[in-house]
Ligand binder design. Structure first.
Ligand SMILES: C[S@@+](CC[C@H](N)C(=O)[O-])C[C@H]1O[C@@H](n2cnc3c(N)ncnc32)[C@H](O)[C@@H]1O
Length: 273
């Protein structure tokens, strides 16, 4: 079950297991078509931007929280020579990351753990840095997980988070849809995330709303849905047209909520004192 927001929040359908739901959704071929390999808004360009704040050098040990199929883990291993431990719920994602690591000759630098970050075995201060992209929003017990990440990062080590934010009330007719779509259901506001990260013991050095990232993400999904619609109409994609049209309606609604500031994306960089 997911937890309600930390502050004045929306009340969403309370009987949804966001962790399981997310793991299923993100290994679905439709999600890969719509999102690509990097399963978060901003893609690897945003990863590169936040990683530049992690002070990585060859051999740095990085925890990639909720790594999914591991585009970020591979990127950090290749670009910085980092040694990355990716933790993810879904076995398909873990297998994909292991296979890519082998093919790219990075297997010595990448270790994949399939399991819940809340309970997998992590030794204190074993990492120089941690990155959590589009996954804090999904955690059921956010404070407990942030404390685990804090314990696993050494003093002076950095944490980079990028995630969905919800800054107001979602329209009631869309709450159950957005509860399971795009990590919105468990998303908090930027201020709530900052308090969460500080509450775990980190010192936040940068926190910002990134409407640009949210907007271009939704516009990208809209374009892919338009191509998919053409494919369905030509009989090339075996999906019901109604589904695509419904998805287009939700995406249009998401765009409106981004424009009015209800939904967005954020970046937070923090350091363990
Ligand atoms: C939106 S995807 C992001 C994947 C990856 N961080 C990226 O940006 O490409 C969220 C991922 O977090 C993983 N996840 C969700 N809850 C988790 C948990 N409690 N422990 C470990 N992984 C989790 C899911 O399995 C999924 O792969």
């Amino acid at each position: 079950m997911y937890s309600q927001r930390g502050g004045s929040g929306v009340t969403l359908t309370p009987d949804i297991d966001l962790n399981a739901c997310c793991a299923r959704a993100y290994s679905h071929p439709a999600a890969r078509y719509l999102l690509g390999d990097s399963l978060h808004p901003g893609g690897l360009a945003l990863t590169e931007e936040v990683a530049s704040d992690l002070n990585l050098t060859p051999g740095s040990r990085v925890l990639d929280v909720g790594c999914g199929p591991g585009a970020t883990s591979l990127f950090l291993a290749k670009k910085y020579g980092a040694t990355v431990t990716g933790v993810t719920l879904e076995e398909a994602g873990a297998a994909e990351l292991e296979s890519h690591a082998r093919k790219q000759g990075l297997e010595a630098q990448i270790d994949v753990i399939t399991g819940d970050i809340a309970s997998v075995d992590l030794s204190p201060t074993m990492f120089d840095a941690a990155i959590a992209e589009c996954v804090v929003s999904i955690f059921d017990d956010k404070p407990a997980v942030l404390r685990r990440i804090f314990d696993a990062v050494q003093p002076g080590g950095r944490l980079a988070i990028s995630d969905v934010i919800v800054e107001g009330d979602l329209p009631s007719n869309l709450q159950s849809v957005f509860a399971v779509a795009g990590c919105v259901g468990g998303a908090w506001s930027l201020d709530e995330y900052v308090s969460l990260v500080e509450g775990a013991g980190f010192r936040v050095t940068r926190s910002e709303r990134r409407k640009d990232v949210a907007s271009s993400f939704v516009d990208g999904v809209r374009k892919k849905l338009m191509f998919a619609e053409i494919g369905v109409k030509l009989g090339k994609i075996p999906v019901e047209l109604e589904l695509i049209q419904q998805a287009k309606t939700y995406v249009a609604e998401a765009r409106r909520l981004i424009d009015d500031g209800t939904i967005g994306y954020c970046v937070i960089i923090a350091e363990r004192p």
